[in-house]
Design a protein around this ligand. Structure first.
Ligand SMILES: Nc1ncnc2c1ncn2[C@@H]1O[C@H](COP(=O)(O)OP(=O)(O)OP(=O)(O)O)[C@@H](O)[C@H]1O
Length: 238
């Protein structure tokens, strides 16, 4: 097995502990007419519980494609994705959906909030839709993200930072083992970005495995490890 990227700050590394996320030699091709794009060219990534990893790289380097494959929203053309030791890739869509609901929190570029629902209602709906096996207390979760006073506000009544934290609350509604986030601080000012990063670090400290795709130097600085993607491949640290 080729591990192009190994954890440097993972708890209990070198033991038999199962990684929260284990992607091995992922390939993904896209074909549009005669044109073929190799978006991922053998990407491997292992993330331990409690580790906060940033995937950095220029536009078009494959970050979003990688996150989609890690989430089981897209199927890699080659390689495998394991979540908590169970295979996610190359399973039927219902099985992938179940595994996603059970173990993965998603914060993608499109909002995961319904506009006509309050923050609390969004979290509770996410728990129902996910068939939460371990529903966390919505009020506690919302308060832990600093949104207690905004719990009954709708998304259009929230500031950018509050929106980011509300999206995070929905992503964490099912107490996932792994959080996958695509540019979660892309729209935020530096102060608000720092607050969101602090919340992510707190979550990692209690065992959440986090993979964030981001261009932001602040996100890279907050992470335990930065994986650089260039042209669909992991490159040695820049
Ligand atoms: N559905 C698709 N069909 C065809 N090509 C695609 C598709 N999705 C992604 N690609 C191509 O795959 C490559 C990687 O795209 P991807 O969106 O993963 O990059 P990225 O690093 O996330 O970029 P950005 O930082 O701009 O979001 C790009 O060349 C892109 O054009």
């Amino acid at each position: 097995m080729s591990m192009l990227s190994t954890p440097t700050s993972a708890p209990a590394s070198g033991t038999d502990q199962v990684a929260a996320l284990n992607a091995t030699t992922l390939y993904r091709f896209f074909r549009a007419g005669d044109e073929e794009t190799l978006a991922l060219k053998g990407v491997s990534l292992t993330v331990a519980a409690g580790e906060f990893v940033v995937v950095a790289g220029p536009s078009g380097s494959g970050k979003s494609t990688l996150l989609s494959c890690l989430a089981g929203l897209d199927e890699p053309d080659g390689g495998s994705v394991l979540v908590n030791g169970s295979r996610l890739s190359h399973q039927s869509e219902p099985r992938r959906a179940r595994a996603r609901a059970e173990s993965i929190g998603l914060l993608l570029q499109s909002s995961n909030l319904f506009d006509h629902l309050t923050v609390t209602q969004n979290v509770v709906l996410a728990q129902r839709l996910l068939g939460a096996s371990r529903p966390v207390d919505a009020s506690e979760l919302i308060a832990s993200l600093g949104l207690a006073t905004r719990a009954h506000a709708r998304p259009d009544e929230l500031s950018g930072g509050e929106l980011a934290r509300a999206g995070l609350a929905v992503a964490l509604a099912n107490d996932p083992a792994v959080l996958l986030a695509d540019e979660p601080t892309g729209e935020l000012d530096h102060v608000t970005e720092a607050q969101v990063l602090q919340l992510l670090s707190v979550r990692a400290a209690v065992g959440l495995a986090i993979v964030v795709a981001s261009h932001s130097p602040a996100v890279a600085a907050a992470a335990d490890r930065v994986v650089h993607l260039v042209d669909g491949k992991v490159t040695p640290d820049a």
